[in-house]
Design a protein around this ligand. Structure first.
Ligand code: IPD
Ligand code: CA
Ligand code: CA
Length: 284
């Protein structure tokens, strides 16, 4: 945790935000599952691996409008349309002060899965206080699974407490990873690390949604997750859910991971030392 003084009413403010946002989830689920059936409209972004669908834009617009109307003093960082200043900064007649909260939004995490009708995609919404994740929700509409955490108050799935696995032997651990859209620029590194994991662990999986991966480490399905080049909206919610479930999450310098760092290594704590060494030793 960076050296930031947290206000006395931080938790109350974070709970308020997550509770209000949770109210939008049935509507988002309806939108995503309806568009999934018959109206994908797939387009390319940075390259032909990097997709966006009509549902990404509609989900994002719906979330942004909802949050701006409820919390006009908060900032927003969303994947498809970028950074938005607090509404109150633009309307001098509104006597509200901008807050230090930023909503970090991935309107569909797992767009490739979504566009291939695979049910592993999520909506990921993290709350940052001065850049530090203090709360988050990851929702998987097709499974109706809701993951939630507030700083220092534990992690929950469908409102029941969750914890990371107890696995302490690397040989018995199941690992998850993902590959960035610029993967051709770092293919040798990705393959080298992949080989090391295959040699030393029970197995490796790739679900296609990093937010979901972090939640599945948080609830003990996977024992660790590593991945390069994730964006803040992929990890802002999942990283606090993982930590609140008892996990540890670091970057390539073995410092606490902050959304936006280039390498993320998230573990169940028991295999942390050996798994981090494995990954870092594989780096050329
Ligand atoms: C992607 C997913 C995937 C990860 C990619 C991300 P998107 O997000 O999280 O698991 O490997 O790096 O970009 O594009 O589906 O929102
Ligand atoms: Ca994403
Ligand atoms: Ca996305």
């Amino acid at each position: 945790m960076k050296n930031v003084v947290l206000p006395y009413n931080l938790k109350e403010e974070v709970y308020k935000r997550l509770d209000v946002f949770e109210g939008l989830l049935p509507e988002l689920k309806r939108i995503l599952l309806e568009l999934w059936e018959d109206d994908l409209e797939v387009q390319y972004k940075s390259n032909e691996l990097d997709l966006v669908t009509k549902a990404d834009y509609i989900s994002e617009q719906t979330i942004v409008h909802f949050l701006q109307s409820r919390f006009p003093m908060d900032s927003i960082l969303s994947e498809e349309t970028g950074k938005k200043e607090p509404i109150v900064n633009h309307i001098p007649s509104i006597h509200l002060k901008a807050s230090e909260f930023t909503w970090c939004i991935d309107p569909i995490d797992g767009t490739i899965n979504y566009s291939h009708h695979l049910p592993l995609f999520s909506i990921s919404v993290g709350i940052l206080y001065k850049d530090i994740p203090v709360g988050g929700i990851v929702y998987i509409p097709a499974l109706n699974d809701l993951y939630r955490a507030v700083y220092n108050d534990g992690a929950y799935k469908n409102h029941k407490r969750i914890f990371v696995s107890q696995t302490s032997d690397l040989k018995k651990s199941l690992i998850v990873t993902g590959f960035p859209y610029n993967r051709l620029e770092m293919l040798d590194q990705l393959m080298k690390t992949f080989q090391m994991v295959l040699k030393n662990c029970r197995g490796i999986r790739r679900t296609g949604s990093a937010a979901l991966d972090l939640c599945w480490v948080a609830e003990g399905r996977f024992d660790a997750h590593y991945e390069w080049n994730l964006s803040p909206w992929d990890t802002a919610a999942g990283s606090i859910i993982l930590k609140e479930a008892g996990g540890i999450i670091v970057n390539e310098r073995m410092e606490e991971y902050q959304p936006g760092d280039s390498l993320m290594i998230a573990t169940n704590r028991n295999i942390h030392q050996s798994f981090v060494e494995l990954i870092l030793n594989s780096i050329a």
